[in-house]
Write a protein that binds this ligand. Structure first.
Ligand code: NIG
Ligand code: FE
Length: 419
């Protein structure tokens, strides 16, 4: 059904569009409203009306013929930071951390290098069979658009293979997916950092761009990985090849990557556990670099939480995502991320919803089409099993998403509520 009309006890349209449509910060982010007794109409897969049911214009639809749902309707979640496709889990590393080792301790030989070996040892079909059900599980948790990333290749050919697998996965799943080339994730064994960055800039990025394999390029800036100077160089190459820039910034320690990401014109600075005052100032003072918070990886690594209250007060635009990966965040549920963000970062639920929808879509450059239920955008939405969106944050471990709809089509359901 590409035309439809639903009535809901609560409708969250999402972040309001303004005259200026940069990522939402300040009041624009905190003022996400819940419309009581709302109506959502769509035609040809795009939103034709969203607002109070009592105001529905007759030419749009007749409320007497509408379907009534019992739970709240929200924009579909946009998971703007994942490490899918990957192959295999690393639960024993988690157990080793419980016994006292750190993520840094496990990095040499394990960690990212281990995921690279697992991926190299699997056939394309095995990788697809592993990843497709995970992306379907994301759908059942309300994710209607995702980022897919490379970074477990660690050679030019293996990175290109992972990017091709990501593009194939994107074609085979229901969600909109954009692909990020995390070319600089770990320094390949037997190479120097400088030599790998050279190869990334001279060969990997141009080849990936020529083959249409990536939408953005990401750099992991950390003392165990790459530097802010590497970020600047890779960002210049990415831009010259028509690709956006992303950055893993200040996750395990402070490197000044947040302000460097702003300087490099990055679409986002992600993690930010150890961001300093200069990073907050740089992020607050610009309207193109979003702070992507990844609270489940903070919880999972028992890391220092980023100064979220300071960031919000300063006017930083924040997004929320899963960071779904086998090392630091084996969680694919955005509702769970919202629950952890509430308890760990004190992020109010409606702000978190804006962060996981509109701002996340902005990070992926999809904000014109996705991320809120405003006129002309694709009718991507979820129906909760409760009229109260606060239940998302209040019930960690519970999947509150009853139905997921993409382009006005129901693509996932675990209940008969709409019928
Ligand atoms: O975003 N820390 C860098 N990259 C990932 C983890 C990758 C891994 O451990 O496999 C992250 O946390
Ligand atoms: Fe990550």
């Amino acid at each position: 059904m590409s035309h439809g009309l639903l009535l809901a006890p609560a409708l969250v349209v999402g972040v309001a569009h303004g005259e200026w449509d940069g990522p939402a910060n300040g009041d624009r982010l905190s003022n996400v409203q819940v419309i009581k007794d709302g109506a959502l109409a769509w035609g040809d897969g795009v939103v034709t009306w969203a607002g109070p049911a009592g105001d529905l214009p007759p030419e749009v639809g007749d409320v007497r013929q509408a379907t009534r749902v019992k739970g709240a309707i929200l924009p579909g979640f946009v998971d703007c930071h994942t490490h899918v496709p990957f192959f295999g889990w690393r639960a024993n590393e988690f157990e080793a951390r419980l016994a006292g080792l750190t993520y840094r301790d496990l990095h040499g030989g394990g960690g990212i290098y281990r995921s690279a070996r697992l991926l190299a040892g699997a056939s394309d079909e095995e990788v697809m069979r592993f990843c497709r059900p995970l992306v379907d599980e994301m759908l059942a948790h309300g994710t209607t658009a995702i980022e897919l990333k490379t970074g477990y290749g660690l050679s030019v050919e293996a990175e290109l293979r992972q990017a091709r697998l990501a593009r194939r996965l994107a074609r085979e799943v229901s969600q909109t997916a954009s692909v990020t080339l995390l070319a600089c994730h770990a320094v390949p064994e037997g190479r120097t950092r400088e030599a790998w960055v050279d190869e990334v800039c001279h060969e990997l990025i141009p080849r990936a761009a020529a083959e249409g394999l990536a939408d953005a390029v990401d750099v992991y800036v950390e003392d165990i990985a790459f530097t802010v100077a590497d970020l600047a160089r890779v960002a210049e190459t990415a831009r010259a090849n028509g690709l956006a820039v992303r950055c893993h910034a200040d996750q395990l320690g402070h490197s000044g990557a947040a302000e460097a990401a702003v300087g490099a014109g990055s679409r986002s600075a992600d993690h930010l556990n150890h961001i300093g005052p200069a990073g907050i100032e740089a992020l607050a003072g610009n309207d193109q670099t979003v702070a992507v918070l990844l609270p489940v990886s903070t919880l999972f690594l028992r890391a220092e939480p980023p100064p979220v209250a300071d960031m919000l007060t300063a006017g930083v635009a924040v997004a929320l995502a899963t960071d779904f990966n086998p090392g630091t965040s084996p969680c694919l549920s955005v509702p769970e991320v919202i629950a952890v963000a509430a308890s760990l970062y004190r992020l109010p639920t409606l702000t978190a919803i804006g962060a996981a929808t509109f701002n996340a879509a902005w990070v992926l450059g999809l904000q014109e089409r996705l991320g809120s239920l405003t006129l002309g955008k694709r009718a991507d939405f979820v129906v909760l099993d409760t009229p109260d969106p606060a239940m998302i944050a209040y019930r960690p471990g519970h999947n509150p998403v009853l139905e997921t709809w993409i382009g006005g089509q129901r693509v996932s359901s675990r209940g008969p509520w709409t019928d």
